[in-house]
Design a protein around this ligand. Structure first.
Ligand SMILES: [Zn+2]
Length: 447
């Protein structure tokens, strides 16, 4: 009898423990981490603006059309729009101020005659620059919702640089050639030197998948181009990689539909942190939420909608950059030279979905950076709208990729420091200068 009673007690305790764990696990998962989407929230939609950037420049910013826009004058453009009697100009200023905080700061320097002499040498006796260095103007732009920030000081780009011993171009082409000799990803080598996902390997004519041997998530794969040279892919090779990514995402999602958040990264050449020279994207599917940096943007966008009558953050973000003349459209895909880059050479591409315009924009941007600006290493991050949303009723989030070139490839000094990593991005290159360089590169290739 005693044994039976003891067994019943033990069984009861066992069930209690199971129940406790179930409840505990359930309550942890049910903690709301997301800002709710308002029912009146707008979705993302590319619309053509009624007025061009040139119209805004003339009537809102009071900038003569013969004068190029410069980032240093952004506070002035904004002030002119704020005090304008034109409603369209006021609307722009209101949207800008809702999303960004803009400040103008002066940093003063006291220079001893000896040190001034040294600075004169650095700046090649340029009197204007010497005056500017004594009273430095810093433009601070803060995104109120993603908390990204840029501290722009033109004088930072004038800092003395260490000279490269070897040309970045020679270094890069030698590295690409040497790494081709024993490459695990080239020709058929991958069949014996890479792992497969649990549903096997997907193969396209120009690319294939290989499971990452060192995973950072449950659903995480490599999409490898059959072209070793990551800096000189054709548009067709880029298209093929991204189509294979989408095929892999759908396959993984069909097996485990609770994994809904698609993300991609791509590092090219060692300066960016790439461990393999051979072209390879990494795709992953997140459970319920995106990775932290992307989720911060998604949650920020929802908070923006809450505080701004349901307006879509991404619509307004794109509109602000269009008005400021910092976007290059390729069909509906928009290249954005955005106001809060992680580093000087970062751009963004935004569209409603992945399509041929998006691939074309990416290809044109890569060609301009590599062939015209002689930049040879980049990091790339991208997200797509969640897999469980139907594209028929449009998405809260657009398709966005961010791409930053990491210079200089032969310089031992890192391109990012404590400031960039832990405080704010410090930028020395005018966003309008990068815009102009990309625009020229893209236009000549489209002719
Ligand atoms: Zn290779």
């Amino acid at each position: 009898m005693h044994t039976l009673r003891d067994a019943s007690i033990l069984l009861f305790l066992f069930f209690l423990i199971i129940l406790f764990y179930q409840l505990h696990y359930k309550s942890e998962l049910s903690i709301p981490i997301e800002i709710p989407i308002l029912s009146k929230s707008e979705t993302f939609k590319i619309v053509s603006n009624e007025y061009s950037s040139l119209w805004y420049q003339k009537y809102c910013f009071k900038n003569k059309l013969s004068q190029k826009l410069v980032l240093e004058n952004l506070p002035q453009y904004l002030n002119n729009a704020r005090v304008s009697t034109n409603k369209i100009c006021q609307q722009f200023a209101t949207k800008f101020d809702a999303l960004f905080r803009l400040e103008e700061i002066y940093g003063l320097l006291k220079l001893s005659p000896v040190y001034l002499n040294k600075i004169n040498q650095w700046l090649h006796n340029d009197e204007l620059l010497i005056e500017q260095i004594k009273k430095q103007r810093i433009i601070k732009i803060y995104n109120r919702y993603t908390h990204e920030e840029m501290l722009y000081n033109y004088m930072r780009s004038q800092r003395p640089q260490t000279k490269n011993e070897i040309s970045p171009e020679e270094y890069t082409s030698k590295l690409l050639q040497d790494s081709k000799k024993n490459c695990d990803f080239c020709s058929k080598n991958y069949l014996n030197s890479t792992a497969e996902d649990r549903f096997g390997r997907l193969e396209h004519r120009l690319s294939y998948t290989a499971a990452n041997t060192f995973k950072y998530d449950r659903w995480h794969t490599l999409v490898v181009s059959r072209n070793h040279d990551t800096l000189h892919l054709t548009e067709a090779e880029i298209v093929d990689m991204f189509e294979l990514v989408q095929e892999w995402l759908h396959k993984a999602y069909s097996i485990e539909p609770m994994y809904t958040c698609p993300e991609m990264i791509w590092d090219a050449m060692p300066k960016s942190g790439a461990s393999q020279m051979h072209t390879h994207l990494q795709a992953s599917l997140g459970f319920d939420i995106y990775y932290g940096n992307i989720e911060r943007t998604r949650q920020g966008a929802r908070f923006y909608a809450q505080r701004n009558n349901g307006r879509n953050y991404f619509n307004d973000y794109l509109y602000i950059h269009q008005v400021l003349g910092l976007t290059i459209p390729i069909g509906n895909a928009h290249i954005i030279i955005h106001l809060t880059p992680i580093k000087d050479l970062e751009i963004m591409i935004m569209d409603e979905k992945l399509n041929k315009n998006f691939y074309k924009a990416l290809h044109l941007v890569l060609r301009t950076f590599v062939d015209d600006l002689n930049e040879y290493s980049f990091s790339f991050g991208m997200y797509l709208p969640p897999m469980n949303e139907s594209s028929a009723d449009r998405h809260e989030m657009p398709v966005v990729c961010r791409l930053v070139f990491r210079n200089s490839v032969t310089n031992l000094r890192s391109d990012m420091n404590g400031l960039d990593l832990y405080t704010s991005s410090v930028i020395g290159k005018d966003r309008y200068v990068l815009y102009q360089q990309l625009k020229e590169g893209i236009e000549k290739r489209q002719k």
